[in-house]
Design a protein. Structure first.
Ligand code: IMP
Ligand code: MG
Length: 174
């Protein structure tokens, strides 16, 4: 384990099982449809990759570059970088690493006004941290309000490559 990690909350095996469960659920729910998966970069990259392997549907994928976080506190704003995917008439499934205050997801919903439908899948849900009224349709794991890294999640751009999700030691950012 990386020396900066206090506790592992999702091991590689846990992540595999979680992605399989969510992928099978989405496969059932979207039978006969061709959803468009939109990953919020960069955090959703490993999760989206593993999840899509478990989705047995004809589907397409795209991504959105959104920034909302500096350090370990939500800044209350989002910034979209680059082009928006074409979502007109599509059944969009947003793929996000973590739902925290809800700022990123609630602020970005207006980008999908032209979609036929929009659902949200998140790897992690910090359910006690919500400040904006938004919930995910598919949740990998509900977690307490602790700062976590790995499997895409970063602290100042580091730790995204850890193959597990773990709680970052406070002394790393305090
Ligand atoms: P929200 O807008 O407050 O819901 O925050 C969502 C975004 O904040 C996510 O896309 C993450 O990039 C980031 N974030 C929230 N909590 C954590 C965490 O514990 N570790 C790493 N990034 C986090
Ligand atoms: Mg993110």
């Amino acid at each position: 384990m990386n020396k900066d990690i206090e506790e592992i909350i999702l091991s590689e095996e846990d992540l595999n099982a979680l992605c399989r469960r969510l992928g099978e659920q989405i496969t059932k729910d979207y039978a006969g449809k061709e959803p468009l998966f939109i990953g919020y970069m960069k955090g959703a990259l490993p999760f989206m990759t593993e999840l899509l392997k478990r989705v047995d549907l004809k589907c397409t994928l795209d991504y959105l570059r959104i920034k909302s976080y500096e350090g370990t506190e939500s800044t209350g704003k989002i910034r979209v970088i680059g082009d928006l995917p074409d979502v007109k008439g599509k059944d969009v499934i947003i793929v996000e690493d973590i739902l925290d205050t809800g700022n990123t997801l609630s602020a970005s919903m207006e980008l999908f006004k032209e979609a036929n439908s929009v659902k949200i899948v998140v790897l992690l849900d910090k359910f006690e941290a919500r400040k904006f009224p938004i919930e995910a349709d598919y949740v990998g794991l509900k977690i307490p309000k602790k700062f976590v890294v790995g499997f895409g999640l970063d602290y100042n751009e580091n730790y995204r490559n850890l193959p597990y999700v773990g709680v970052l030691k406070k002394e790393v950012y305090m």
